[in-house]
Design a protein. Structure first.
Length: 383
């Protein structure tokens, strides 16, 4: 057993952490106040190799590992939790398009994803189908020229600023086996967008994508028409661990900042860190974050080995956002009145991390997946 990163991973971790703390952290509150993220910022991530981490080198990517994608999310989150969406969605797009697109689409789109020029959203959720994603209603009808897509995708990260979306649509009968995936250019006639007024994660411009008889060429189909649901679940399995690390990096940064405060702030004649009632709270949260972190990296390591990881991914996705929100909430109180002030980043971090307790599967659905993996599919707990 080896719990250590190798030299390349350590150097990568240090470089990404430096960028996050020096470049992202000072601007974290700007996007929360409603300023739109300039595209140059995404191109900076691309220069660090973060948007094309899982894109193959023959089309301009890094060809990195899933563990590296986790390191990137954990470290970027220290500076700006929401910038990890570009890593998460970059990884999913690289995987789905890299594996399932026809060569012409793959060769045209992936270099642009890696260079930060193209943003690709993931469109599964609908107003009437979230946890029960197999019941989506968006339809893709086939004719001689291609597919005609109609429906609404809801709560889509980057809805306001993406250039393409992988859209999961009903191509056949009801249930999971009737779902297929298409790459839809979001400048196509018939596409419209609505960005939500969310409590956090504003940089991500999450919202609805509307498709009114949108024409999509045949060659924008990803794999077989009935494979869409399985493709979405494959992506969820490792992205849940990347999300876990994004939440943990965010919380760890709050905890580190709180520890720096606790070393120098004195009450009753000694530093806060020397009051057991204070230090033990930090110890408890540090322990919870560390346990969830091991589970998340184990998941990504299993994925890199080509081994099953559904159970570990769901465990990590259940545990990490919970541990992170509890730790950040505690940091607000551990910083006294200043913790409650927006001049410190803890309150924004709490609002941001809460979103990922829901995104990619709620805690109840995660526990349902873990229970299903433990007891077997015939005992599935969420149907
Ligand atoms: C920050 C964020 C980013 C997101 N990004 C994307 C994205 O990029 N693409 C995308 O497609 N979607 C995205 N989503 C949507 C997300 O995946 C869904 O919100 C999520 O799967 C839950 O679906 P729902 O909101 O429809 O809730 P529902 O399915 O309606 O559930 C509502 C509540 O009921 C509980 N519940 C549901 N079923 C059961 C059950 N069987 N037993 C017990 N409790 C149950 C749930 O846990 C939840 O608390 C995002 C959401 C958020 C918040």
């Amino acid at each position: 057993m080896n719990f250590d990163f190798d030299d390349t991973e350590r150097a990568f971790q240090a470089a990404v952490r430096r960028y996050a703390l020096e470049r992202l952290l000072p601007d974290y509150a700007r996007w929360d106040r409603g300023e739109r993220l300039p595209r140059e910022r995404v191109r900076e991530l691309a220069e660090l190799g973060l948007t094309g981490l899982l894109v193959s080198p023959d089309v301009g990517g890094v060809g990195g590992s899933y563990v590296q994608a986790g390191i990137a999310a954990e470290e970027i989150a220290r500076g700006d939790h929401n910038m990890t969406f570009f890593i998460q969605l970059g990884a999913i797009a690289a995987d789905l398009i890299g594996q399932y697109a026809q060569p012409a689409l793959r060769d045209a789109l992936l270099p642009r994803l890696a260079s930060g020029e193209a943003l690709v959203a993931f469109g599964l959720t609908e107003p009437g189908a979230g946890s029960d994603a197999a019941s989506i209603r968006t339809r893709a009808e086939r004719d001689d020229d291609g597919w005609v897509v109609s429906g609404e995708k809801a709560s889509i990260t980057l809805a306001g600023n993406a250039d393409y979306a992988v859209v999961f649509a009903r191509m056949g009968d009801g249930g999971a086996r009737g779902i297929g995936a298409l790459v839809v250019p979001l400048d196509a006639p018939g596409v419209s967008r609505q960005v939500y007024d969310a409590m956090g994660g504003k940089l991500a411009e999450r919202g609805s994508l509307f498709f009114d008889a949108v024409r999509v060429p045949h060659d924008h189909q990803l794999g077989e028409p009935g494979r869409g649901f399985a493709q979405a679940m494959e992506a969820f399995d490792y992205n849940r661990a990347i999300i876990a690390l994004a939440c943990l990096g965010t919380a760890q940064q709050s905890l580190d900042e709180t520890m720096a405060y606790a070393r120098q702030r004195e009450t009753f004649g000694k530093p806060l860190a020397r009051h057991a009632g204070y230090a033990f709270q930090v110890a408890e949260h540090a322990t919870h974050l560390a346990s969830a972190r091991l589970l998340a990296y184990q998941t990504l390591w299993l994925k890199d080995q080509g081994r099953p990881h559904t159970r570990e991914a769901a465990m990590a996705k259940y545990l990490a956002p919970k541990a992170a929100t509890e730790a950040i909430r505690a940091c607000i109180v551990l910083n006294g009145w200043m913790g409650y002030d927006n001049s410190l980043p803890h309150a924004q971090r709490l609002r941001d991390v809460l979103g990922l307790e829901i995104g990619d599967g709620t805690p109840e659905i995660m526990k349902g997946v873990v229970a299903r993996e433990l007891f077997g599919r015939e005992f599935v707990a969420y149907r």
